[in-house]
Design a protein around this ligand. Structure first.
Ligand SMILES: NC(=O)c1ccc[n+]([C@@H]2O[C@H](COP(=O)([O-])OP(=O)(O)OC[C@H]3O[C@@H](n4cnc5c(N)ncnc54)[C@H](O)[C@@H]3O)[C@@H](O)[C@H]2O)c1
Length: 251
């Protein structure tokens, strides 16, 4: 049974911990850590099993497990990489933008021969994009539509508020960071992947559409996401996608 250290006890961390607690993931939690200790306490208190040990540092948590599951922040991914990789431990991350913000993370993972895994999160079709990459990708585009209020705007008509590379989108729209990062890593990189962000008063749900044109054909995939029951900023699909991946990894 896989031993998991959970870093970050917010919306996604809680969903993953509950899935392990209900035995929907065949794993045990050896440590939980959150930069806000009360968040780790609150999570421990809602779990029926008595397994999680709250640690005071990421390093301590890493020492207890064979897989680190990160649901915290880009900084946390960077910090985790410094202790997990030399200990030859694989990591499963949600804050995918960290791989672009801190390019040294992937270099270090290759050096220590460890795996950095991430789920498709709030978008669909990354399995096909990874396959298409083998044939050669010609273009890769993410179009995100959000209700204007989600972007702090009050508009009656749709408006393109960003058009540019994934690299620039990640800097200017950190809330969109993980989907843009995941698509660009699986396709043609952050400089060449295009991102369009549209404020659209006609939609109620955050919508992501990816279009990838490759020598093997055209991939079009669209998700219209419900918010997480606990946190309107996080798509419910992101937690579910992490849980589905962890179920497979821990079989
Ligand atoms: N891949 C995707 O599609 C996708 C989708 C949604 C969110 N995310 C990312 O996943 C991460 C978690 O999302 P969430 O909705 O659960 O966020 P959240 O804000 O609900 O929870 C994050 C938790 O991590 C803790 N935290 C922050 N920095 C930390 C650090 N350095 N060390 C330890 N704990 C730390 C916070 O205190 C908080 O409890 C975020 O980085 C978010 O951007 C990814």
């Amino acid at each position: 049974m896989k031993k998991i250290a959970l870093i970050g006890c917010g919306t996604i961390g809680k969903e993953i911990a509950l899935a392990i607690d209900k035995k929907n993931i065949n794993a045990t939690i050896t440590a939980i850590y959150d930069v806000i200790p009360e968040k780790a306490e609150d999570l421990k208190n809602i779990l029926k099993n008595n397994f999680p040990i709250i640690t005071g540092t990421i390093k301590e948590a890493v020492g207890t497990c064979d897989l680190i599951v990160e649901c915290a922040s880009q900084n946390a991914v960077n910090e985790i990489s410094k202790t997990a990789f030399p200990s030859k431990k694989d990591v499963f991350i949600l804050s995918v933008g960290a791989l672009i913000a801190y390019p040294q993370i992937m270099k270090s993972a290759r050096r220590f021969n460890v795996k950095v895994l991430f789920p498709s999160g709030a978008i669909a079709g990354l399995d096909a994009v990874r396959a298409a990459k083998l044939s050669g990708i010609v273009s890769s585009t993410l179009t995100t539509r959000k209700p204007p209020v989600a972007l702090g705007l009050n508009l009656k008509k749709e408006k393109i508020i960003f058009r540019g590379s994934a690299k620039d989108a990640i800097k200017k729209f950190p809330a969109n960071i993980n989907v843009a990062a995941a698509l660009s890593i699986c396709s043609i990189g952050p400089e060449n992947t295009k991102v369009i962000i549209i404020a659209d008063p006609k939609i109620k749900r955050n919508t992501h559409e990816i279009e990838v044109i490759s020598k093997s054909g055209r991939i079009l995939a669209r998700t219209e996401n419900m918010p997480s029951p606990d946190n309107p900023k996080t798509s419910y699909l992101a937690s579910l996608s992490a849980i589905a991946n962890l179920r497979e990894l821990c079989q």
